[in-house]
Design a protein around this ligand. Structure first.
Ligand SMILES: Cc1cc2nc3c(=O)[nH]c(=O)nc-3n(C[C@H](O)[C@H](O)[C@H](O)COP(=O)(O)O)c2cc1C
Length: 159
């Protein structure tokens, strides 16, 4: 079994839940992207702030990383869909540490269940990689049991 690196961002815990659950079912190291300045997590302000940061293609500085993607062939990128795209922390990662020749899977969390646009945008930013599968989850922390089943199946399909 090959080791996989899951690079992910989570503001409110859904993608974090998905990442930690994935790591229970596969040989996966977790790299949580943490912006140096984290935004407010509650209230309507988070949508305003987050939406604006996506629209303006912000790339906030991240806390130091613990893993080097060069050491892995298999990468999972996990993120919450923000304004139909991937969030700024992922934009920073892709800009600073873009890689090629990887086998990439995506776990996208959203409130509405449509991650296609966001995943396509991410693919455009990571040419030269093989995108092998996408798991789209609706707020997985709200139904942990069902989400864990979906994650288990997704991870097992590639092991
Ligand atoms: C700034 C912001 C923008 C969002 N935009 C979308 C969106 O365009 N489509 C959608 O379905 N959900 C959207 N959501 C909801 C999140 O994608 C969803 O709740 C996700 O599960 C949160 O993941 P997290 O808990 O790991 O942060 C947005 C949430 C925030 C905070």
């Amino acid at each position: 079994m090959k080791k996989t690196l899951m690079i992910y961002y989570s503001l409110e815990g859904n993608t974090d839940f998905a990442a930690k659950t994935a790591a229970e079912y596969g040989d996966i190291d977790l790299e949580r992207l943490v912006p140096v300045k984290e935004p407010p997590r509650s209230g309507f302000g988070k949508f305003f702030w987050g939406g604006k940061s996506v629209v303006f293609s912000e790339t906030p500085p991240l806390e130091p990383l613990k893993h080097n993607a060069d050491d892995y062939e298999d990468i999972i990128i996990g993120f919450p869909v923000w304004a139909g795209s991937y969030p700024p922390a992922v934009a920073t990662y892709v800009k600073e540490y873009a890689f090629t020749g990887k086998h990439i899977r995506v776990i996208a969390c959203s409130a509405g269940g449509n991650a296609d646009k966001a995943v396509n945008k991410l693919k455009e930013k990571l040419p030269g990689n093989e995108f092998a599968g996408v798991l789209s989850l609706i707020d997985p922390a709200k139904d942990k049991e069902r989400s864990a089943e979906l994650i288990k199946t997704f991870i097992a399909a590639a092991e």
